[in-house]
Structures are given as C-alpha cells and as structure tokens.
Design a binder for this molecule. Sequence first.
Ligand SMILES: Cc1cc2nc3c(=O)[nH]c(=O)nc-3n(C[C@H](O)[C@H](O)[C@H](O)COP(=O)(O)OP(=O)(O)OC[C@H]3O[C@@H](n4cnc5c(N)ncnc54)[C@H](O)[C@@H]3O)c2cc1C
Length: 502
Amino acid sequence: MASLQSVTHWADETDVLICGYGLAGVTAAIEAHDLDPGADVLILEKMPEAWAGGNSRVSGQSLLISKNKEALKSYQRAMSQPNPIPEDMLDAWAERMVTLEPYIEARAAEVGATYLHGTGWSERGVVLEFPELGAAEAVAHTATILPVPSGVWLAFKANVEKRSRIRKRFETRVLDLIQDPDTLEVFGVVAEISGERRYIRARRGVVMCTGGFENNLDMHRNYFGLSQAHPLGTPGNTGDGLRILQKAGADMWHLRNQGQSGGIWPGFRFPGKDTVFLRQLFWQTFSWIDVGRDDQRFFDETWEWQLTHYKMKSHGEWIDTPHHRVLPIHMIFDETTRVHNPLITKVMTWNAVVENYPWSDDNSAEVAKGWIVRADSIEELATKIGRNPIELTVTVRKYNEACAKGIDEEFGRSKETLYAIDKPPYYAIEIVPAIVCTGGGARRNIESEVLTPEGGKIPRLYEAGELGSMFSSLYQNGSHLTEAMISGRAAGRNAVQQGMRK
Ligand SMILES: Cc1cc2nc3c(=O)[nH]c(=O)nc-3n(C[C@H](O)[C@H](O)[C@H](O)COP(=O)(O)OP(=O)(O)OC[C@H]3O[C@@H](n4cnc5c(N)ncnc54)[C@H](O)[C@@H]3O)c2cc1C
C-alpha cells in the first residue's frame, strides 16, 4: 500500500473509482451513476481502448437465469461443497439472481439490443451441467444478448457510453492502493500512466475488478496447482488485483481452485501469441484422436466435455479432464478432418474475437504456417513431432480397428463418432491446457466489501467479478457473468453511497 504522505499531486480525481473495464467494472459504473447521477465515476483500464473489455468481451456470453431461489441455493451449495460459501452470502446471492433478469433485459432494451432466451450451446437442455446436484431445478433457462460474438459485453458497454458522467482512462494500469496504514481506509490508487507513477483520488470509494490471473503462470503454479496453463481470454488479466489486495491487508480466498474454476480446455498455442485458440467444440467430422505423453489415447475425445466445463466424473466426484496430467498432447487427424471444418472455435476467445485471427476454413493456411504438421504416413508424422513411430502407429491402428468394430472398448467413444483415420496425408497439432478463468482473490461479502483476515471491512474498498469470485468449486455455465453483474452492482451502489470525504 502507499500512504497519503507519498502523494505529491493528484493527477485526477473522482467520487467512485473503478479499476478494470470488464463486465463487473461497467456494471459498477452504471449502478453508481444511476443511483447518483451527480457523482463522478471514473474507470481505469490498463489495456488500450481497442483491447479493452477483458474476458467479458470474449466469453461465450451465456447467462444463467434462475427463478427458484431455494433450488438455486441448494445447487450452488452442492457445487461448492468442498469449500462452503457462507450461508448468508448464498442466500442474498440467490435472491439477487432470481430477480436479475429484468435488469439485464432493461440494459439490452436501453441500447436497442436483442435479449434472447437460450441460444446455440446455451440452450437450457445442454447446460444442466451437474444434474445430480440439482441443475434442472435451479436453472430456469440461459440467455444472451445479440450479436454473436460479445453481445452482452457490447450492450453493457453501450450503456456506459450513454452516461456521459462516466469517464474512462485507458492504458492506465493500477499498481497500488493509497491507504491509511492504521485504519486501512482507502483514498485512491497509484497508477502507471505513460510510464509514470500517478496518484488518482477517490472521494467516496474504490472498486477493484481487475479480473483473474489467467495470464500469470507463476500464480498458476503457486496458487492453482497447475504447472502449465494458458489463457483463452484477455492477456491483460495478470493477477494485478490479487497482489494489490494482498498488500492492502485483505484476506484471500478461493485461490487454489483447480478442479473447480471453469475447467481445463484443449487449446492451441503458437509463437508470438499471448493467448491460446480454443479447439473446435462443434465437430462435424471425427477422424481424429488425442494422444498423450506415452503416445496413447487417454480419454473419450469426442464426448461433449464443454457441457460440463471439461469436468469428468471419477468415483462419484467431478474432476478435471486429464489433459494437464498427460502432456505433451497431440491431436492426430487425417485429410477428411483437415478439409471439413476449422480446428478452432470462432465465437469466443481473445484470438478469434479481439485479434480477429482469420483461421482458414479448411485449415490450409495453418498447415502452410507450420502450426499444423503434415506427413504422408503416421510413422513420418510421429518422427516430425518427436514421437515414437511404432507406438503412434499402433495407437492409430487400434483406434481404426475400434472404428471397424463400431465399439471403443478402451474409452467408450460413441459409435457415431468412430471415424477411421485413414485418408492421407496425416496431420498433428499440439494441444495445451487452456483455462477460461480463475476465481481467487480477496474475501468479500455480498455487498462487495473487502474483508480482512479478522473479518473487518476495509473502509471504502470494494471488489467485484471474477477477482475474488464467490464460487469456490464447480462452476455452472453462465454464472460468472451474472456474478459480475450482481457483485458489480453491489460495489457501485455501496461506493457511491459512501459519504464524500473532504
Ligand atoms: C473463452 C471464455 C468463455 C467464457 N464463457 C462464459 C460464459 O458463457 N458465461 C459466463 O458466465 N462466463 C463465461 N466466462 C467467464 C467470464 O467471461 C468472466 O468470469 C467474466 O467476464 C469476468 O468479468 P470481470 O469483469 O470480473 O473481468 P474481465 O472481464 O476479465 O475484466 C477485467 C479487466 O481488468 C483489466 N485489468 C487487469 N489488471 C488491471 C490493472 N492493474 N489496472 C487496470 N485494469 C486492469 C483487464 O485488462 C480487463 O479489462 C468465459 C471466459 C472465457 C475466457
């Protein structure tokens, strides 16, 4: 923390200061503005304007809508079972969830955007992720806002742009909080602007919503238990908020949420790219397998793992699919799969949505770049990717025999997806573990007030969204974006209602 003594000059000042321009940040700004249209609201964002929007902008835009408070509480309680959420928080969250939909519809309507009940992969029937824990009772439906991609984010951003008293500063990285060292009361932030340390004053309160630590490998290793993980979302989420809140005297929670979070997804990483592509979720052809470190298959590749956020059930428990334990992994496929559909998912992720990388429909451009390795035989392919030619040939042969029989005795892959890998040339692409989001951060209450290890509140400090998320274990599709709204609204409301400091 920095103390007031270190402030030589306020470079800017506002009533409510919001750090991070994702969905939690914009929701906090809208709420603070609407409750007191006379209040000054300023959002600080480390990325340039063209790259702003965080994970919110590149997410699947699926929103969980519930209408049954008790069923939702029970479902969330069951999903959080190994690390229980405080009951009073669960109760208030569920209450806010079941009344959230009209608020979202109003935000869409205000800017002329279309609100949709259930669409594509977010249809209710396919997002009841953990049925035995009570999904069917808890989930009324899912929803989104058009257009695809980014619709929810775009509608909320347009709401901010309509409110002229909300200012934004891009390329402004928050470094630290300015606090009273005795009471921990927050007066503002230290930020890096054009390489200089600057002080920005918050007359009423500071809201921290700088996202997670998806792009910080060191934090993954130390907090998350993953030795190799790569972001599907923004490269800007480097865990800055965690460091800042630790220094501010906050208690930390939900950090080691491996086996929880949003799962470990199959990604593709290439030189010069900070973030990873997401492998195609919507296959139209199936002449492909994945092989792990020992050149063997290791799971049912074509089950729709996105429906359970890449969790599989083992001995009655939902755990991560094995990708991160069997590295390196290659996907092996033939010409039929190569020409049939692009290897990546285009409706979400940073590379597809923000960088707008034009992945070729038949993957030929990526073969030409060398991102996908081609060979005339499986033996040659194995040699080119550093694998044992005999082992890989046997693995492919065994798989092709399973296709001929129509039964995958090893991993139970469904008959409809058993297509032989038999049309040369053959291809390989490396798969890396990719993550949707992290959830740890400062412990907070349902009013988004940041708590100390002793349970006290840090005066004038709030936290919202994925940073310090309430979810401690399994994550139901669509509940991170709605949590960003609920916690963002609470943070904006409570910050703006603080008395103004002289
Ligand atoms: C591919 C993908 C798909 C997903 N699909 C869904 C879905 O369908 N439904 C769902 O509910 N959730 C989904 N999620 C999760 C969801 O997107 C996030 O949990 C949510 O968007 C988090 O919102 P946020 O505002 O907390 O953080 P973000 O939207 O990530 O915003 C954080 C912002 O803070 C900025 N920042 C970071 N450090 C600083 C700093 N020091 N100073 C200033 N600014 C800083 C970042 O640049 C960023 O703009 C998905 C995520 C991904 C990546």
